[in-house]
Ligand binder design. Sequence first.
Ligand SMILES: *Cc1c(COP(=O)(O)O)cnc(C)c1O
Length: 403
Amino acid sequence: MPGKNTGDSGLSAVANTYNRFPVTLVKGKGCTVWDDAGREYVDFAAGIAVCSLGHCHPEVTRAVADQVGRLVHVSNLYWTLPQQRVAGLLTENSFGDRVFFCNSGAEAVEAAIKLARRYGHDTRGPECHEVICLEGSFHGRTLAAVAATGQPVYQKGFEPMPDGFVHCPFNDIQALEAAAGRETAAILLEPIQGEGGVRLVDDDFLRAARNICDRLGALLIFDEVQVGIGRAGTLFAYEQTPVIPDVICLAKALGNGFPIGAMMAGDEVMAHLPPGSHASTFGGNPVACAAAEVVINTMISDGFLEGVVKTGSYLRERLGYLASEYPDRILEVRGKGLIQALVFREEEPNLAGRLLEAGFLVIFSHGKVLRMVPPLIVTEAEIDALAAALRDVLKGQSAASQA
Ligand SMILES: *Cc1c(COP(=O)(O)O)cnc(C)c1O
């Protein structure tokens, strides 16, 4: 066959949509992962803010193994116990009354957008369909989620984008007021922009968004796919803001690595998605829900979230020391809980690779922002080790640039 791939252990058989680090990981435990050569890495990426209880958490493993031997999948035409229990846990611990289950963050956002449109059409008429999003946001890669995403780089070449999304400058209340109107069905935002560079939305902006939604009868949607489920130091990030959203999107950490997404709302709002209006074959699958049940129960257990706040400030403090040692290279440290970022003045194309060589997994946002999202069980000793490795790399690089 022309152009047929001849294979090199499957490496070239995988679509080339990712710039991957040159390692094959085969095993994980807690905050450590191992590659196929037996090298060990401390994981400050956690599968992109996913494995919050750490790799192969024994209780998650046990619950999943037990569920795999009991019932794997029956679809949402029937009730399953793990899904009922997770819905109960999510709603008992939040403003929500009802949960729609899906398999990913983009699907949770997609569900929220569809809910906002239905709600808008039902309560205010068919012209009410627009979703106001923020510049710099990230909401996923399906066409609607990418249209909501406030970064043209993700949309380029995939046009035409679905209609009905407008973008407002970050933390600009006047622009938000100006964008909102009769057509506004929802304001969609991440209380902390994750992929966009760990940027925190101001309390005043959130209050303004809440007021606008109340005035118009529009929905305030929080995309907590990255910062929800313990990451910010509370089970949900909205708990640390002055507002309560109408709808919340969850995924990433919810299954500790098992694919699951969720879109949660109050009864009155969710009533606008009646039977048949939206669906997902795998959504809220019993195995993924068995994992999610352990995740939530562990996080709401005594002291867990307090620990996240404490370790988060420790990480922030260590990063702060580095920032003060290298003010010419590091602009600031920002974040909340265990999503913390070291913001560099210039792009740092080699830093992640150097840290990988030193035995640490880290991720960058847009070249300049070193985004740290370790498992929430990361220890102070692991943080010290990362800080020391970072210091070595920075020192080595500045010595080299002076030579
Ligand atoms: C990762 C992410 C998404 C997309 O999640 P997928 O599971 O990759 O579809 C959406 N919103 C935010 C805030 C995210 O961080």
